[in-house]
Design a protein around this ligand. Structure first.
Ligand SMILES: [Zn+2]
Length: 141
């Protein structure tokens, strides 16, 4: 997903009229919870409550306890795509007349589809993804 700042810039100043959000099935972002990832980083000696989250903007720090949410892992690709479209649609920084669509690249069928319009009989869900990567992650909460 394009950074929010770029969306703001292109829609406000560069004449962009439409935003298309594309997520995909089999996404690695479904394989672990934000809390788990934070714990792994803490175990590596990284203080997730104090770490800079943008190397180009070292003064940007997250409030304590937000890192796990900021990572933005998810368990349902259709749900997250719909949420991302709604967040953009409701943002005061994106002009009201910008058209915003959400699509899912369904890896299993190699097709682009709308959220909740599954094409393949079998789509790798978060739990299927977790099983694939079980050696590296804990169960998704
Ligand atoms: Zn992904």
């Amino acid at each position: 997903m394009m950074q929010f700042g770029q969306r703001l810039l292109t829609t406000q100043f560069f004449g962009t009229k439409e935003i298309i959000v594309i997520n995909h099935t089999e996404c690695g972002m479904m394989t672990a919870s934000g809390d788990f990832l934070s714990e792994v980083l803490r175990n590596q000696g990284i203080d997730v409550d104090r770490v800079s989250v943008d190397p180009a903007l070292p003064e940007l720090k997250l409030p304590k306890g937000i890192f796990s949410k900021w990572i933005k892992t998810f368990t349902d690709v259709d749900e997250i795509c719909t949420q991302q479209v709604e967040l953009l649609r409701n943002s005061a920084l994106i002009p009201q007349d910008i058209v915003i669509h959400g699509y899912i690249w369904e890896v299993e069928s190699m097709s682009l589809r709308r959220p909740y319009k599954r094409l393949s009989e079998k789509v790798n869900t978060a739990s299927a993804m977790k099983a694939k990567t079980a050696k590296h992650t804990e169960p998704i909460l």
